[in-house]
Design a protein around this ligand. Sequence first.
Ligand code: SF4
Length: 217
Amino acid sequence: MDISELHQILLNKYGDVGWWPGDSDEEILIGAILTQNTSWSNVEKAINMLKMNGMLSLSAIAKSGPGRIAPLIRSSGYYNQKGMRLFSISKEILEKYGSLSKMRLAGLEEAENFLMSLKGIGRETCDSILNYALDFPVFVVDKYTLRIFSRTGLGDLNIDEAKDLVYGSIGKDTETLKNLHGMIVFLAKDYCKTKPDCGNCPVNVKCLYFLKSNRDQ
Ligand code: SF4
């Protein structure tokens, strides 16, 4: 199987999954920071708390102190650290650009360098913000992507190799890349878990892991 075939199987199964969920670019950025080391259901609770308290924006977070944010995002875990990070990241973005739309105008390279210079933003969070909040053509590679690429036989790749594989075959359309990552997240949660449910997986007849385990039985 090649990446185009995987993409087509996922489209047939899931279609447009609408990932990343969020009513605004700022909500998506905040969610990308909150989701570090926790499940999305915990993030949703934290986002709802921020929303109910009028704190779901960079300006509201930057105006308040981290002490006000932390109790609201308790469900996302590491809430003191995440509260501090949300506060400092919001402040730095607003001080440098004034808004996410102005940050977008600075271009992909500058936005990427800036985000990667901020404490609390690593490769995956940076790519999530670039793709989903800032609409740049960047494919997000997470542990699910690497696991599925490895098991299906696309290769034991590092992050850059996985990106190149996708760009070389699927291209660099921003919306396509958003949906592909979303569908991979869905496949990993529905079937390709730590203990995979290969019998019901839509990819199985093309998947090296499944074919090998059937052959070995
Ligand atoms: S067939 Fe099994 S190993 Fe392959 S993608 Fe599906 S769940 Fe993962």
